[in-house]
Design a protein around this ligand. Structure first.
Ligand SMILES: [Zn+2]
Ligand SMILES: [Zn+2]
Length: 85
């Protein structure tokens, strides 16, 4: 029985969603960004160091060049999370 990386509890088949190489409870697969926590759909979100992010947060947090091609907008989150773990 796989354990959910989010809550460390067993994931039963009926509630399992597999993404980025892990088995998650459906409600546990959500954006790692504390300010977001959007529920994600398996296979249609981004991942960084084994943690799931929605595409929007991923772009804002890690790939400012790949997001916001308008040029005038340059939102980036600065939450002191710049350290590489
Ligand atoms: Zn879980
Ligand atoms: Zn997000």
């Amino acid at each position: 029985m796989p354990n959910c990386p989010r809550c460390q509890k067993a994931v039963y088949f009926a509630e399992r969603v597999t993404s980025i190489g892990f088995d998650w409870h459906r409600p546990c697969l959500r954006c790692e960004n504390e300010a977001c926590k959007k529920t994600l759909a398996a296979g249609s979100h981004s991942e960084r160091e084994g943690k799931p992010y929605c595409n929007r947060c991923y772009g804002a947090l890690f790939g400012p060049r790949g997001y916001g091609h308008g040029g005038t907008e340059s939102h980036t989150f600065h939450q002191g999370q710049t350290g590489q773990v």
